[in-house]
Design a protein around this ligand. Structure first.
Ligand code: ZN
Length: 475
């Protein structure tokens, strides 16, 4: 009897589907298992309907008959998740390297990175142009969010920054950044006066933009968080919170009675977890996030053990960019055994803070620091390593994925368009051969990338890799 009824139900279902007007779609993915990053669960037997650059419907597999499309992907056995975000990278190295930097755009796509946050350097006009062309569909690349030129003090070591020495210059700088329609503001501390730094944080936040950056040693984490710093770039700054006398040391540094290195060494010796947690909870309350950039820290800290000279990924990087890597090798070669041990200790301790930050409720955002100067942190590839490092230092697979696909967009106020496989979201998707909730390295098992509705299957991705390699060799 039960069989008989289910046959009738089956027939009714099919006749309903065939007689009803089928909905046309640009792309249908069926038999998919969705990776719901927010809940950490997989949802099998789904169809995903895409029109233009958006997901317009997500439905049960039985409803496949209600849709029609010239492009259909059978995703049986595949895992579908939102595209990855690298929330800290750089385009840079001077005008002669513009083409080499442009050649990195497809490298991100091939690696499943569908959005990137450019944290400033010396190629802002080119980056702003690429952002526009990508948004208009004229150039293939991840969606770019850029800081434009960053804020610094007078005569900083950086090229291409906007240098400010007083309030009126600061206001002019903020106006010019707004005119460039930057997506956020980056600030660093090379020659930036601490009081002007604090003013910059507050003034930028008043414009509605987020501001992220390095932290002057003369200021405490609490001070910069209270003044409006949206995110701390690089996890090593978070060690300062473990110093019960953070303010006292900050004052010593501003008075010139202590160097930054001495300060860091003290932090390693007297890290106090209770004091740190208090500061981290305060950061969480203020909404100050952390972009750990473990990739760059581990790569440089362990150059004594791995010089990366034979990395397979080097063949995708142009010669000019590869040349910018050399300085770190040269600098590391000069280090004494003591300095090397210190570097290892510093990054191990800093990375070990991740569970404390999570416990305190601080948002962790995935970013690599890939780009020129940042030796052997390979654009695109590095984000997968970043996720693996996050897991190695205490995040669950789900938390690491959250850092890349939920916290990234949310930080830039883009949570409505990104963060899950759901109707109304941007059709930036990865089809993976393996489940990244089970094994974080599964993010590398890319079967297909969907970028704003456009399909890049494995054959197309492999062809792109060959083309990137050819161009890099010719550069
Ligand atoms: Zn950086």
């Amino acid at each position: 009897m039960r069989t008989y009824l289910s046959v009738i139900a089956f027939l009714c279902f099919f006749s309903a589907a065939s007689f009803a007007q089928k909905k046309k779609a640009d792309l249908i993915i069926h038999s998919a298992t969705i990776v719901d990053v927010a809940t950490g669960k997989t949802i099998p037997h789904k169809i995903i309907v895409i029109n233009g650059n958006k997901i317009t419907a997500v439905a049960d597999q039985q409803q496949l008959g209600f849709y029609t499309s010239k492009k259909i992907i059978n995703a049986k056995g595949k895992y579908i998740m939102p595209g990855l975000w690298d929330m800290h990278m750089h385009f840079g190295g001077g005008d002669t390297l513009i083409e080499e930097n442009k050649n990195l755009l497809p490298l991100y796509v091939v690696n499943g990175i569908t959005s990137i946050r450019d944290c400033a350097a010396d190629l802002s006009p080119a980056v702003l142009q690429w952002r526009k062309e990508i948004n208009e569909g004229k150039l293939t690349g991840p969606t770019i969010f850029t800081a434009g030129p960053k804020l610094e003090g007078f005569r900083s070591i950086w090229v291409g920054d906007i240098e400010v020495d007083n309030s009126s210059q600061l206001h002019k700088a903020i106006d010019s950044l707004q005119k460039l329609k930057v997506d956020f503001v980056k600030i660093t501390d090379n020659t930036m006066k601490p009081e002007l730094y604090l003013e910059a944080l507050t003034e930028v936040r008043l414009t509605g933009l987020q501001i992220t950056g390095h932290i002057p040693a003369a200021l405490t984490l609490t001070e910069v968080s209270n003044a409006g710093l949206s995110a701390v770039e690089h996890i090593s700054y978070l060690l300062r919170a473990g110093n019960k006398n953070e303010k006292e040391f900050a004052d010593k540094i501003s008075a010139g009675n202590m160097t930054a290195k001495q300060y860091n060494q003290l932090l390693l010796q007297q890290f106090d977890t209770v004091a740190a947690m208090q500061v981290y909870r305060h950061l969480a309350k203020n909404g100050t996030a952390v972009v750990p950039t473990l990739s760059i820290s581990f790569t440089t800290a362990y150059l004594d053990q791995d010089t990366h000279q034979f990395d397979e990924q080097l063949q995708y990087i142009g010669k000019g960019l590869r040349n910018t890597y050399a300085w770190r090798i040269e600098r590391a070669a000069k280090d004494t055994g003591e300095a090397i041990t210190y570097r290892h200790q510093l990054i191990e301790r800093a990375a070990g803070l991740l569970p404390l930050l999570l416990k305190a409720g601080v948002k962790i955002i995935a970013g690599t620091d890939a780009g020129y100067l940042n030796s052997f942190v390979y654009p695109g590839f590095a984000l997968h390593k970043e996720l693996e490092l996050m897991v190695q230092y205490g995040l669950t697979n789900q938390q690491a994925l959250t850092a890349a696909v939920i916290n990234g967009p949310a930080f830039l106020g883009k949570q409505k368009l990104y963060g899950s496989v759901a109707p109304g979201k941007m059709a930036d998707l990865l089809l993976l051969n393996e489940n990244p909730l089970k094994q974080i390295s599964a993010t590398k098992t890319i079967y297909t990338v969907i970028l704003k509705g456009e399909v890049f299957d494995r054959a197309r991705l492999d062809a792109m890799l060959l083309e990137i390699k050819r161009k890099a060799a010719a550069e």
